[in-house]
Design a protein around this ligand. Structure first.
Ligand SMILES: *Cc1c(COP(=O)(O)O)cnc(C)c1O
Length: 951
């Protein structure tokens, strides 16, 4: 007997439900549905070449064995990654809590107040510590943050093409910046003498790393001089700064930096073999509208209650496309939440105490090695010392390794020792002994900078939750304000909000995976090496490509990596004039933004009335640009949720003109086991492991966006300056800070694929079945915008609300907000077509939950009709007033022309959203939010504490 196969746990509808759904579609079997929906010419004929599905227990045993092959020891390597202690209340309450990790990006702010509050806290923390006016709500890592900052400076300073970079910059930051510069006509000049560099070059920006990668710190006088010289020359100053050091040292904003960037990893986020970690960016006043990535701001709701929401959303790549400030979409929300929670829990005094202890321990080590006759490379440092050890560096590092401590061999003559929060007295004593020294109480060295004089983290949020009970309840209170997958369906087209299996989640906390530094010797990362290899093989088997790189840490970064590979490929053949990138009008905004970053010229291809790529326009554009054609980027199935029949012809047409074909793999959930982009004509794709392969969305990140290619593009996949084995020999493309990007969450996708094996196909088939079932049921009242030639959609469908809006005045927004009253997260709004909703149920939602959604949508259609017929006024009805808060429906006055019960329990069931798969009535913390008010009155750090009193 035994437990049922995992696939039965993963799929929402069971066999009987599937039969019922097929009946509604009037189709005999799943096979018949798929035969009708998926064009025969691209269908796989053989089963997926994956091992048979494993049980949860077996997968976890395998991953535990792999984790045990890694040797985390005590990581004292530094270089942007530092030992830290994740407070258990935060690990359990956030990182391991589905209420936090299964949330979606907070585009629907009314149901996202908890994570928006924590992100605002993150922004406040970063702004305070850097001494700058406004911080964004996370970037992908420190290296990409440096590159984004250089991009901001370039747009601000429209002269010169040189960026001057500190010789002490982290090697991975330099490499990522150089990769971005390749396609942007930017020259990166690296020098230790930034002041004279500024005299020699007409630079638009200067990047200062503080502390430098060798641990040394410049004096504030020198930093001030660099900033003054830069400003004299019209250049901007970017500080890549360690946030923890800034609890002790003068803030970049105080010595003249315009922008500060870095990592928040050492604020309680595990090393994770390089990621995921939240990068940060902050800018001085007046530059907030240039910030790349997302920005949380304060606004107010319909009832005047202060409320949080994403500010300046018009800047998103969706709207600005190739003119966007950045291609960033998925960022690192869960890790930003973790870092902010760490600051909330420790408070300013706690953070300062941690920093002081680290600095003191570094000084004690310095004194010990000096007493033993060694010299330091710098007398000024915070946490990292360089020890000169003529010819002995390798031996010392090897000795430390046998005692379980990872040091850094900087050169044959220099050892780097970086102290983290986790270093114990025994670790420090062992390190001293490795140098033949004895650790004592004496200290040597100093920061060389005055103590920080300005206060930080003064807001009450950093002082109110300092006991574990208080913190536990605060985390719970915030999570309770949010609607995540642990409450009900999040039917977001293009985003694939499927189950994130607990069995796949648990292994990321195994110490062998969580605590490994990305730059340990290969022999100490054998578990990760095997995991990465196996996952790459799985992805090759699913996609039909030849090679995969797991380095890109979001879909957007996979796009950039893929396009840079195409660019390098053309150049390797002497065809550097191929710079045109064809992109269909319906494409996701990141496509165009990534193409612009890769130095390509975007040419838009029209959409035909049936939603497919207009074949005549495509032929015309290919003919017109044949000589310069670099690549076409298509999404398959299309963003319209349809399997286009002639995709293979399209690939051939582009190939004949000498171009490459990029298939955006965000919709791979419709293809697993059914068709393979790598076989039906594409050359390159990115995948979204945080969509198709069960990595949770985290409220807007982390993600993994692997790039998959056919053989001819494999030499151009990403590499890494510190870990060359991470990519092909001689690779010029470095996309992310860490060699394997967000390595720490790869166990999730590996486990997911291992748990399903060839049944991935059943997952895709069920996703297609569920989408078609919803389309059919909803078509009773709403037109379904596009279907394939067979009349079926793929794994998602576009529900056209425009006729209803025209007839009743009820908008997409009203429907989305009323769905909250019903206990649903709204579908994707107005993408790819304005005035519509794109619904993707995924394979994980039960038939009962699908039916509950249909009931809600039909009830909404009735309510809209009632508005049109005059039963309720256009400006006072359950739709325009949605969502309804508990405070409003239980208030002492109620003056609306519909009853309270209808406001709160629109489906008629007083228990609200109760049904299989969904729990209890969900009330949003705030009513509908006024977006324009917040953009007019931009506030992007924690408001006075009264604002929190809303619930
Ligand atoms: C989600 C998505 C992307 C971007 O992926 P991120 O991981 O958010 O950067 C690109 N294209 C499509 C079609 C998507 O749905």
């Amino acid at each position: 007997m035994g437990a049922p196969a995992f696939v039965q746990r993963h799929l929402g509808p069971d066999a009987a439900d599937r039969a019922r759904m097929l009946q509604v579609l009037d189709v005999g079997s799943l096979e018949e549905l798929v035969d009708a929906a998926v064009p025969a010419e691209i269908r796989m004929t053989e089963p997926l070449a994956l091992p048979a599905a494993l049980s949860e227990d077996a997968v976890q045993a395998e991953l535990a064995a792999l984790a045990a092959l890694n040797v985390p020891g005590r990581a004292m390597i530094g270089l942007g990654y530092h030992g830290t202690l994740t407070p258990p209340v935060i690990r359990r309450g956030v990182l391991e809590n589905p209420a936090w990790y299964t949330a979606y990006t907070p585009y629907q702010p009314e149901i996202s107040q908890g994570r928006l509050e924590m992100l605002l806290t993150f922004q406040t923390m970063v702004a305070d510590l850097t001494g700058l006016a406004t911080a964004g709500s996370s970037l992908l890592d420190e290296a990409t943050a440096v590159a984004e900052a250089v991009g901001v400076a370039r747009r601000q300073v429209r002269k010169g093409s040189v960026v001057l970079v500190d010789g002490g910059i982290l090697p991975q930051s330099l490499a990522v910046l150089q990769t971005r510069a390749l396609a942007q006509d930017i020259t990166v000049v690296s020098t230790d003498d930034l002041v004279s560099g500024l005299q020699r070059h007409e630079a638009f920006a200067v990047v200062v790393q503080t502390p430098a990668s060798d641990g040394s710190l410049r004096s504030v006088e020198e930093l001030t001089l660099i900033a003054a010289k830069a400003h004299e020359n019209g250049a901007q100053v970017i500080a890549a700064a360690d946030l923890l050091a800034l609890t002790l040292l003068p803030a970049p904003g105080e010595w003249g930096a315009d922008i500060a960037v870095g990592s928040t990893q050492r604020f309680g986020v595990p090393l994770f073999y390089g990621g995921p970690h939240a990068g940060y960016i902050a800018v001085r006043a007046g530059m907030e509208r240039q910030l790349p990535g997302r920005l949380v701001g304060v606004s107010q709701d319909r009832l005047g209650t202060p409320a949080f929401r994403l500010a300046l959303q018009t800047r998103e790549q969706h709207i600005r496309r190739e003119k966007a400030t950045s291609n960033i979409c998925t960022a690192q929300v869960l890790l930003a939440v973790t870092a902010a929670a760490y600051a909330v829990y420790h408070g300013p005094d706690g953070l300062r105490a941690i920093a002081e202890q680290i600095a003191r321990n570094a000084r004690r080590l310095a004194a010990a090695v000096i007493a033993a006759g060694f010299e330091l490379t710098s007398d000024t440092f915070f946490d990292t010392i360089g020890v000169r050890a003529e010819g002995d560096a390798a031996a010392i590092v090897a000795r430390a390794r046998t005692r379980g401590v990872h040091l850094r061999q900087v050169s044959p003559d220099t050892v780097g020792v970086s102290v983290g929060e986790d270093a114990t007295e025994a670790d420090l004593a062992a390190v001293a002994e490795d140098f033949g020294a004895t650790l004592g109480a004496e200290e040597a060295g100093a920061t060389g900078q005055p103590e920080r004089a300005t206060a930080y983290l003064t807001h009450p949020v950093f002082h109110s939750y300092r006991s574990e009970t208080a913190m536990m309840r605060y985390l719970r209170a915030l999570a309770d304000r949010d609607f995540a997958l642990d409450r009900g369906m999040i039917p977001l087209g293009s985003c694939t909000m499927k189950l994130n299996p607990a069995a796949a989640m648990e292994p990321i906390s195994y110490p062998g995976f969580a605590n490994l530094h990305p730059f340990v010797p290969a022999a100490d990362a054998r578990g990760y090496a095997a995991l990465i290899h196996r996952l790459e093989e799985q992805l090759v088997a699913v996609t039909g490509y030849d090679r995969v790189s797991l380095q890109p840490n979001a879909g957007s970064q996979g796009e950039f990596a893929g396009l840079m590979a195409v660019r390098a490929y053309h150049r390797s053949r002497g065809e550097q004039h191929r710079t045109v990138c064809l992109i269909p009008a319906s494409a996701h905004g990141t496509n165009a933004a990534s193409a612009a970053m890769a130095g390509m010229d975007v040419v838009v291809v029209k959409t035909a009335p049936d939603g497919s790529i207009d074949p005549d326009d495509l032929a015309a554009k290919v003919a017109r640009h044949a000589d310069e054609l670099a690549v076409i980027m298509i999404t398959y199935p299309s963003t319209h949720g349809v399997y286009e029949a002639r995709v293979a012809d399209l690939c051939a047409l582009v190939h004949d003109a000498g171009g490459q074909v990029y298939v955006d793999g965000a919709n791979l959930n419709a293809l697993m086991g059914l068709a393979q982009p790598g076989r039906f004509g594409a050359d390159v794709s990115h995948l979204n492991l945080h969509k198709t392969f069960a990595i949770p969305h985290g409220g807007g990140g982390p993600g993994v966006g692997p790039v998959a290619v056919r053989d001819h593009l494999a030499p151009f996949l990403p590499g890494h300056p510190v870990v060359p084995d991470a990519g092909p020999a001689g690779s010029a493309a470095v996309i992310a800070a860490a060699p394997w990007g967000s390595a720490g969450i790869l166990p999730i996708s590996y486990a997911f694929i291992a748990l399903l094996g060839p049944d991935l196909r059943l997952a895709s088939e069920t996703a297609v079945l569920s989408a078609n079932y919803l389309a059919r049921r909803l078509s009773e009242r709403y037109p379904i915008l596009y279907t394939g030639e067979s009349g079926f959609v793929a794994h998602e469908c576009i529900v056209d609300l425009r006729p209803m809006t025209k007839a009743t005045g009820i908008t997409v927004d009203d429907v989305a907000k009323r769905l909250i009253d019903h206990g649903f997260h709204a579908p994707t709004m107005s993408f790819p077509v304005a005035g519509t909703l794109m619904v993707e149920p995924t394979e994980s939602e039960s038939l009962a939950e699908l039916d509950r959604f249909v009931t809600a949508m039909l009830a909404i259609a009735d309510e809209a009709q009632a508005v049109a017929s005059g039963q309720w006024p256009a400006d006072d009805n359950p739709l325009v007033n949605a969502p309804h808060t508990l405070a409003e429906v239980s208030g002492d006055t109620w003056e609306h022309p519909y009853p309270r019960s209808l406001a709160a329990f629109p489906a008629g069931d007083v228990r609200g959203a109760v049904s299989a798969g969904a729990v209890e009535k969900y009330f949003p913390a705030v009513a509908r939010i006024d977006q324009a008010f917040g953009d007019r009155n931009l506030v992007c750090s924690c408001p006075p504490i009264e604002a929190y009193a809303s619930s």
